[in-house]
Design a protein around this ligand. Structure first.
Ligand SMILES: Nc1ncnc2c1ncn2[C@@H]1O[C@H](COP(=O)(O)OP(=O)(O)OP(=O)(O)O)[C@@H](O)[C@H]1O
Length: 657
């Protein structure tokens, strides 16, 4: 387990950071109370263990992890890989020719005063230099394209997989955790992919070529140099685990900052209304100071990993220099060989340092890959049964046949041996105390979840035996949070039926009694609704959601607390609309608000996953049971007195219709 940031001591966090501005420290110090836990955005505890398990000697594991994840995608770009490969090969070759030319320059051209040889060598070097520079520009272009394509493919793969995950995944996974795959982890992965060719592959090729050159020049001296080279790894061996831990802490602290910002954006109205800006700045500053400390540690330790290599290489160099000079003075090697050997030795040292620098990046990137892979390993929603037929429009009843259901990770049934028939063409309300299983019932009809026991049949057919898409195509849902997308009103309505004509969109809007209001907007149906429909009132948003449901002309209309968040006047107007649009279809409406359901054909009362009463409003009131109890409770509650901006328009619309 990595040490978690101390969330109770902002002052000490600030004090330990010389140079933190007075404002920063004051803002952090203002908090004598504990800092709220930020929304969790990043890694879970498992990552911690995975990371700590990495050491320098296990860096190869990081490369394998990244390779396994990336190679299947890279296979699509074989031509580009070939281009990059050619470029790297040419550059490596040049880096061998360069030191080698020194040997001939010193031994043959200068030593023998052979000017012809001198010109040839200089000419070869000039041509090689020009060709290599051109090839380098060319392969950098393909490398940039290749890494951008791979990164974009990984993003698509993640998003595509996310679309196929079952509702249960979203039920049990924090939003921040999903988002971190697309932000923090993608950034970690991106950095290693982008620099892989230049910071890992090229140094590795040059290292191999340099070793080959040294052996070719003088194998005895090469053996001495190579035998003492492992000493350069002692520093990284000691420091890499510490650097990895510091990098992990940095990630955790940065994720905490993201969580604070995310929460702050979501709660801006509360922050403004209660004047919490300074407090929020204090929370942020505390997290930011923690991050600052961990960034400093991570940066310092990472550079120390590299620095220990360069320092030990410098010392080793003195040894090689001494032996080489001794051999040259004894005439066992030429001066040219000695100088070239020196040059190759430097080249190798430089490339080892480069690789050492890349390893922490690869380790951190491998952790990101593992985190993304976890999501990709999540099983996708169950496929339709082979040969499952499409569902015809729902003409008859929806039946729950001894259905029990519990959510993943819990043994407690939230629906308990439920046997229930919902009659086709009726308007049916599902009511009951909070947590009694109303929304779960709708989820089972939609096959967002499947019963753990028993079956849900539609027109007598087990809902699991038809294709999921065809089943849902005959249904439409309006949720409490109407989930408008940041696009035009027309496009939002058309999401209900993707091939709907403009006339169908307009007809749906008329049914939802929002057409008149839309026509008063500057861009009419092309008006953008803003993020989550923020430019519209709650009632207007809900009417657009109803239009989106209506455009697909569903046989079954499901409403999940569709009007519970609205004020009473707007709720009454929308209830009226809903009862009109429900005519000729089955409407199943889960709600707390009993005033919404008095006119419904049938009311089903649930408690703890069972049906405890059913009947019309009047029958249930007379029955003196749970419904009567809930009704009396609600009637005694003070009424909210808010007004919906769209209500006048909505009422006008009612009049029109
Ligand atoms: N995704 C989920 N994972 C685990 N448990 C869940 C999940 N969704 C709901 N539950 C649990 O199932 C039970 C029934 O929830 P459900 O949302 O169906 O009740 P409800 O009657 O619609 O409640 P409310 O009126 O408050 O919306 C509750 O105890 C709830 O905590």
């Amino acid at each position: 387990m990595s040490p978690k940031p101390d969330s109770t001591d902002p002052v000490s966090a600030a004090d330990k950071l010389p140079g933190a501005s007075a404002d920063d420290i004051a803002a952090a110090a203002e908090h004598s109370e504990p800092i709220p836990e930020p929304i969790e955005v990043d890694l879970d505890d498992d990552d911690d263990e995975d990371l700590v398990a990495f050491t320098a000697s296990e860096a190869a594991g990081a490369f394998v992890t990244i390779y396994r994840f990336t190679w299947p995608l890279m296979r699509n770009y074989k031509r580009w890989i070939t281009f990059v490969g050619i470029g790297l090969f040419v550059e490596t070759l040049f880096n061998v020719i360069m030191p080698l030319s020194l040997k001939y320059l010193i031994d043959d051209a200068l030593g023998e005063e052979d000017f012809h040889a001198l010109y040839v060598i200089l000419f070869v070097l000039a041509v090689a230099g020009i060709v290599t520079s051109i090839v380098a520009v060319w392969y950098e272009l393909w490398d940039a394209r290749l890494s951008a394509a791979v990164i974009s493919d990984v993003r698509t793969r993640l998003f595509d997989h996310l679309q196929s995950l079952p509702a249960s995944y979203f039920g049990r996974t924090k939003r921040g955790e999903i988002l971190s795959r697309f932000s923090v982890d993608m950034a970690g992965y991106e950095s290693s992919v982008k620099s892989f060719a230049n910071s890992a592959l090229l140094p590795l090729l040059e290292l191999i070529a340099g070793i080959g050159l040294m052996i070719w020049l003088n194998w005895q001296l090469a053996v001495v140099a190579l035998l003492i080279f492992p000493m350069t790894l002692i520093g990284p061996r000691i420091l890499t685990p510490k650097a990895v831990q510091a990098n992990y802490d940095q990630k955790v602290n940065e994720a905490a900052i993201l969580g604070v910002v995310q929460e702050n954006i979501a709660t801006q109205l509360v922050v403004k209304a209660f004047g919490l800006q300074r407090k929020a700045l204090g929370w942020f500053t505390f997290r930011n100071l923690n991050a600052r400390r961990s960034i400093a540690d991570a940066t310092f330790l990472s550079s120390m990993v590299e620095r220990t290599v360069t320092v030990s290489v410098l010392l080793l160099h003195l040894v090689v220099l001494g032996i080489g000079a001794y051999l040259a003075t004894k005439g066992q090697i030429t001066v040219g060989t000695f100088v070239t050997f020196e040059s190759a030795f430097w080249e190798i040292s430089y490339n080892i340092a480069h690789l050492m620098h890349f390893i922490p990046l690869a380790i951190s990137s491998a952790a990101s890959v593992q985190h993304m892979q976890e999501m990709l390993d999540e099983p996708v929603r169950g496929a339709d049964r082979p040969g499952a037929p499409d569902m015809p429009p729902v003409a008859n009843d929806i039946t729950f046949d001894r259905v029990s259901f519990h959510y993943e990770g819990s043994d407690t049934n939230v629906i308990e041996h439920l046997t229930l028939k919902l009659q086709a063409g009726k308007s049916i309300a599902i009511v009951g105390p909070s947590g009694s299983g109303k929304s779960t019932l709708l989820n089972l009809i939609l096959r967002l979840y499947e019963p753990t026991e028993g079956r849900v049949t539609i027109d007598g057919v087990d809902a699991r035996k038809v294709t999921r898409d065809s089943l849902r195509s005959h249904m439409a849902v309006v949720f409490q949070e109407n989930m408008l997308f940041n696009m035009s009103i027309r496009e939002n309505i058309r999401l209900g039926k993707q091939d709907a004509t403009d006339a169908e969109v307009e007809a749906a809007a008329r049914k939802a009694e929002i057409h008149r209001h839309i026509m008063t907007l500057p861009e009419r149906y092309d008006t953008l609704v803003g993020e989550r429909g923020d430019t519209l009132s709650g009632g207007q948003r809900q009417r657009i959601a109803i239009a989106r449901a209506m455009v697909r002309n569903p046989s079954v209309l499901l409403l999940d607390e569709a009007t519970s968040a609205l004020d009473q006047t707007t709720e009454a107007a929308i209830n009226h609309t809903l009862l009109k649009v429900a005519q000729g279809r089955t409407m199943i409406w889960s709600t707390h608000r009993l005033t919404s359901v008095v006119e419904m054909d049938e009311i089903i009362v649930m408690s703890e996953g069972r049906v405890v009463e059913r009947g019309s409003h009047l029958e249930l009131i007379a029955g003196n049971g749970l419904y009567r109890h809930l009704w009396d409770d609600q009637m005694h509650q003070p009424h909210r007195d808010e007004s919906d901006e769209g209500e006048d328009d909505d009422d006008d619309e009612d009049d029109d219709e």
